[in-house]
Design a protein around this ligand. Sequence first.
Ligand code: PGA
Length: 261
Amino acid sequence: MTKKIKKPVIAGNWKMHKGPAATREFALALAPLIPKGSGATIILFPPAISLTTALSTLEETGIAEQVEVGAQNIHWEDEGAFTGEISAEMAREVGASYALIGHSERRHLFGETNDETSLKVRAALQNELRPMICVGETKEEREEGRLEEVITTQLVAAIEGLEKGEIEQIAIAYEPVWAIGTGLTATPDDAAEAHQILRNKLAQAIGTTGAEGVPILYGGSVRPENAADLCAANEVDGLLIGGASLQPESFAAIIEAATKG
Ligand code: PGA
């Protein structure tokens, strides 16, 4: 099978790392490292408190055109008595263009349910944020042969009831839970298998052409050394990177590896 050439989407999920000062330092260091004309869509997901600094520093260094910014999590209401939360509307107001939704740490550490991810996806779309919906199976679920069931249930819950035009706005990140932060990476064939399942499910919802336009990223222990092979796997349209996105050098090396092939 030949792989269709698409513009890869390379996203860095910083999790609970980097306040405003470290964010500024990162953006200043990243600017000269971004490969010129890489053609990649590059997205950073800093902590909410660093969004404004990320955007202003990217602007200052002249790479705001190439690097977009997103929120790691949003609440589904625009405002209200939800201590500690931020809304999609607020993230949009400061200039975010994406929202990460249903990350495995939200699901497994903070008990986020499929129903909540569904509400968040809707809130993101209503506020002109592109939802990047994360799905992935645990080690036990994989061993029990439940990969397809788990990731399609998560995807369907997130997009059920949306209009075709709304589904065309989403991005998906396939992140096997056993590969996140563990140093264990899915093989390119594992990634291709899961991505094909997700692509088929999308095609059922919005047709083949629509489904091909939705980027499906792989995430889980992506490093500069494995980025090219993962990105070259069938149906893999980009990478969502945690640990290795924290250093400008390794993040830039991943962009370079992913765009070379
Ligand atoms: P990792 O995290 O690259 O550190 O495994 C990926 C993620 O959680 O998005």
